[in-house]
Design a protein around this ligand. Structure first.
Ligand code: 5GP
Ligand code: MN
Length: 350
């Protein structure tokens, strides 16, 4: 039995909103990942089968590595189709905000959404959602936004519209946001939901391999280089740091998504329980953090890197040079683990 996690009053308000409209826009955070794309596209499929004019608008392009998610070619991408994206947002009678907690996370789309009087529905599992939604379904304890979309559809009585295509989208999000059913999935109900999704009989192995085990040769070589030449370990603080600058990325013909799971790798080392990856983008350093246990990287990202996320998976950005970003990381180490006077080398990497 799957319990009704979302309170019935919220579900009733959401049902009334959906019943009262025809045109629905659905959006997710920038640099969409498997959960952002899976949840928006699944919800879009279901709403279309319900007879609604539903469109997914993303702040920027999906990475090539997620090309296989059904429906990805129909996305209206703000950075590519700005006029159309503006039009869809302005004409929408209802806007779903999936897999993000603050308008800043949808970049310039946020400036379009903010002044609109259109009702907004949040479905998300990040900590600390902004208080700007007409209906807010925020459950940081959930594995993924895809799990929450399943629960919302179940409680709305709409599961009969969840077809094979939408089910495969939800599977991709639940799979990738839990690192292949590894973390954030201790609730037995999670597997009941996976089981119900799998009853739609999509090609599970195909989707597993595409989502979890498909990398270009360049990407594998880049990851190998990063681990052999660029991984710094700080065993006294349980930390690891990997940095990749523009020149290094270019050397391996970097495409977005190529370093997606790299930050997790150092956590395989028993004494390492938090890991930071810094990647030089066009105009900033992108920060990714992962941790194990009750060490919160979301706090670190919000305090030092203008970001946030979950306790064990968070991100942010740094405006400045890689050297300065690394210096700030050393400052974090120093703040969290003040060096022992007797052992000045404590903060030195190995
Ligand atoms: P990733 O490291 O895969 O980019 O992101 C890990 C988690 O941190 C995701 O849940 C993502 O939403 C969140 N996150 C990543 N970058 C940012 C950011 O710049 N700001 C905030 N608030 N969250 C982020
Ligand atoms: Mn997510």
């Amino acid at each position: 039995m799957i319990s009704p996690l979302i309170d019935e009053n919220t579900i009733d308000r959401l049902r009334a909103l959906i019943n009262g409209v025809q045109r629905i826009a659905i959006t997710c955070h920038k640099s969409p990942d498997g959960d952002a794309l899976g949840s928006t596209l699944a919800l879009c499929h279901v709403l279309r089968r319900l007879g609604k004019d539903a469109v997914v608008v993303t702040p920027d392009m999906a990475p090539k590595s997620l090309d296989f998610v059904p429906g990805v070619r129909d996305l209206v991408v703000f950075t590519k189709h700005e006029l159309r994206a503006r039009h869809v947002m302005k004409e929408a009678q209802l806007i779903f905000c999936l897999d993000f907690n603050a308008l800043q996370r949808i970049d310039r789309l946020g400036e379009i959404v903010e002044p609109l009087n259109t009702p907004r529905v949040l479905i998300d599992h990040h900590l600390h959602p902004e208080d700007i939604f007409t209906v807010s379904i925020s459950h940081p304890e959930a594995s993924s936004t895809c799990e929450l979309v399943f629960r919302v559809l179940m409680q709305l009585g709409l599961l009969r519209f969840l077809d094979r295509q939408a089910a495969s989208c939800l599977y991709v999000g639940m799979l990738t946001d839990t690192g292949g059913f590894a973390y954030s999935c201790d609730d037995p109900e999670f597997y009941e939901i996976v089981s119900l999704v799998m009853r739609r009989r999509f090609d599970r192995i195909k989707f597993y391999n595409l989502a979890m085990n498909t990398f270009s040769a360049d990407s594998l070589r880049l990851q190998g280089y990063a681990m052999s030449d660029k991984m710094q370990l700080y065993p006294a603080q349980g930390a690891a740091l990997i940095t990749l600058d523009k020149a290094e990325l270019e050397r391996f013909n970097y495409n977005r998504g190529d370093t997606e799971t790299l930050v997790n790798k150092p956590l395989a080392i028993p004494e390492i329980y938090w890991s930071v990856f810094m990647r030089e983008d066009a105009d900033r350093i992108k920060i990714s953090c992962r941790s194990q246990g009750d060490f919160s990287v979301s706090d670190i990202c919000s305090r030092y890197f203008n970001g946030g996320g979950h306790e064990n998976a968070a991100g942010g950005e740094f405006m400045g040079s890689m050297d300065d970003a690394v210096a700030l990381f050393h400052q974090v180490l120093h703040d969290l683990f003040p060096p022992d006077n007797n052992n000045e080398q404590n903060n030195q990497p190995t």
